[in-house]
Write a protein that binds this ligand. Structure first.
Ligand SMILES: Nc1ncnc2c1ncn2[C@@H]1O[C@H](COP(=O)(O)OP(=O)(O)O)[C@@H](O)[C@H]1O
Ligand SMILES: O=c1ccn([C@@H]2O[C@H](COP(=O)(O)O)[C@@H](O)[C@H]2O)c(=O)[nH]1
Length: 208
């Protein structure tokens, strides 16, 4: 049986990971842990190990060119055909791909989450339902500051400077306009209980 792909997108730190993890945790009780999985678009950032750290720091990580969407699409198709895939592991501190990968077996439901998913028509056409998290940008910035300093090895100055130079402009150019392609727009982020229940109900309906 071909998996059901659910896309979750929105600004950086809008709550995509939290929403995906919540749906995963709650649905796995009902459909079984082996039947549901999550793929992060971030895992498909291009490897930059051939570049100097100075060059890596200049990369625009919020532009579609920063991602290897070809590999992501290939993996969605392989899962669709019932094959395992080796998901890359991305290191946000070194800006490189780790040498090991994570094996993912075919699942009945695959949640795919990331900032630029809906900008790519080849990804859009593979998603059975797409969700855009609409969290105000100031809230995203505060959340991102905290997260990037605590868990992505970043300084306050670097987060603010990257936000001004690329994160906000690319959000305006690519992420926000991709909202038009979503089936559902969720305000506030990963703790919207009504949205979580609606998405779970939709997935269960698709599974029938
Ligand atoms: N509705 C919310 N209320 C409070 N904190 C939230 C909410 N949604 C997300 N967060 C927190 O904000 C941070 C970024 O959320 P995350 O889900 O990682 O964002 P994204 O995956 O969109 O980048 C995390 O620390 C997360 O726990
Ligand atoms: O090397 C990197 C790779 C990515 N980023 C930033 O990550 C976010 C996307 O991840 P979210 O989990 O959706 O926040 C994107 O805005 C990039 O700017 C990075 O800083 N460095």
């Amino acid at each position: 049986m071909s998996p059901i792909f659910i896309g979750i997108t929105g600004a950086s730190a809008s709550g995509k990971s939290l929403l995906s993890a919540t749906i995963y945790q709650e649905l796995k009780e009902e459909v079984g842990a082996h039947h549901i999985g999550i793929i992060k678009e971030d895992s498909y950032y291009k490897d930059q190990s051939h570049m100097s750290m100075e060059e890596r720091l200049k990369t625009n990580y919020d532009h579609p060119n920063a991602f290897d969407h070809h590999l992501l699409i290939e993996h969605l198709d392989q899962l669709g055909r019932g094959f395992h895939v080796d998901i890359p592991v991305y290191d946000y501190t070194e800006h490189t791909r780790a040498s090991d990968t994570i094996d993912m077996e075919p699942r009945r439901v695959v949640i795919v989450e990331g900032i630029l998913l809906l900008t790519d028509p080849d990804i859009r056409e593979r998603l059975h339902t797409s969700i855009y998290i609409d969290t105000p940008l100031d809230i995203c910035l505060v959340r991102r500051l905290q997260r990037d300093i605590e868990s992505r090895g970043r300084s306050l100055e670097s987060v603010i400077s990257q936000y001004r130079q690329t994160v906000r402009p690319m959000f305006m150019q690519f992420v926000e306009p991709s909202k038009q392609f979503a089936d559902l727009i969720v305000p506030r982020g990963g703790k919207n209980r009504v949205a979580i229940e609606m998405i779970k109900a939709r997935i269960k309906q698709l599974l029938e």
